[in-house]
Design a protein around this ligand. Structure first.
Ligand SMILES: C[S@@+](CC[C@H](N)C(=O)[O-])C[C@H]1O[C@@H](n2cnc3c(N)ncnc32)[C@H](O)[C@@H]1O
Ligand SMILES: [Zn+2]
Length: 279
């Protein structure tokens, strides 16, 4: 965990036994599962972010491999860029973090504001460094990362720019235009398509966008329910519409992931192909 900073005084943290300490003697214990809680103030991550139920649901669904094509493509991009230190921003329960660790061998740091999510992530024991933190104040050194991945999560571009080295990558993923459209057709009379406009991020240049698409077949009501609960639609759908999924025990739908690759501090006009040849 050598790149972590004390969230109170911002000096380096070093491991002493089962805790991390800074030069001013601020001390943070490693939890039994191996993660460290670096969220200060409020309820220290206990009640913030996704709860234990949402975390378990997400883990059960993702571990079945339905979104594996996305995880594979992310690893290819990381390997093509020769990134050795990777940060998984808002890592959730660690499915992608583990996949990246296993398939790239990079040093990987994953954090999330939800302690429940990070606890499940750390239980994977995959060799990644997990910590609880807020992306608005990431306890990592400046330019710590060769690459950061940011999947289905909110933005905080100033902090992302601070922790990524000059010339490093930000791989950001959002639902593509047709993501889970058949699920939405079951729920809504007029399902909408997702907006794919990539946000402009100060300090970064967008060098490539691409979609990863696949057909998935869900063959149980549990998987359909878990998928629905993982989406933002779950929180914006009326009870009457939610009930349209009752009794549904199979569903064929498309996954469509929109990947945006940004480079930090690189002038406009550099293509992804040129970038790859420089690495
Ligand atoms: C939709 S989930 C995505 C999780 C993971 N990236 C994945 O794709 O499985 C969004 C995650 O962002 C986390 N999150 C939301 N606001 C955050 C913040 N301010 N700092 C850190 N994590 C945050 C939530 O706790 C949740 O785990
Ligand atoms: Zn300190």
């Amino acid at each position: 965990m050598k790149l972590l900073l004390c969230p109170i005084c911002k000096s380096e943290l070093t491991q002493c036994g089962n805790s991390l300490r800074c030069e001013k003697s601020h001390c943070f214990d490693l939890a039994r599962e191996g993660y460290v809680n670096l969220l200060t103030g409020s309820k220290s991550g206990e009640l913030i972010g996704d709860n234990a139920d949402m975390a378990r649901c997400r883990k059960n669904f993702l571990d079945k491999g339905y979104f594996q094509p996305l995880a594979e493509r992310i690893c290819e991009i990381i390997n093509e860029s020769n990134s050795r230190t990777v940060v998984d921003i808002c890592c959730g329960e660690g499915y992608y973090t583990e996949y990246i660790k296993v398939n790239t061998g990079a040093d990987i740091y994953g954090f999330d504001i939800s302690k429940q999510m990070v606890r499940l992530a750390a239980k994977r024991r995959c060799g990644a460094n997990f910590f609880v933190a807020n992306m608005a104040d990431i306890p990592l050194a400046d330019s710590a990362a060769d690459c950061a991945v940011h999947l289905f999560a909110p933005f905080c571009e100033n902090e992302f720019a601070r922790i990524i080295k000059s010339g490093g990558l930000l791989i950001s993923v959002a639902p593509g235009r047709h993501h889970l459209h058949k699920l939405k057709e079951k729920l809504y009379d007029t399902p909408y398509e997702n907006d794919e406009a990539p946000p402009e991020l100060k300090g970064f240049t967008l060098i490539r966008t691409e979609n990863v698409k696949a057909e998935i077949h869900l063959n149980s009501s549990e998987d359909i329910d878990a998928l629905f609960r993982m989406t933002p639609y779950y929180y914006h759908t009326s009870q009457a519409d939610k009930e349209k999924l009752t009794g549904l025990d199979s569903l064929d739908t498309q996954t469509d992931f929109f990947i945006r690759i940004y480079l930090k501090d690189i002038p406009q006009g550099l293509s992804y192909e040129t970038y790859k040849t420089r690495n």
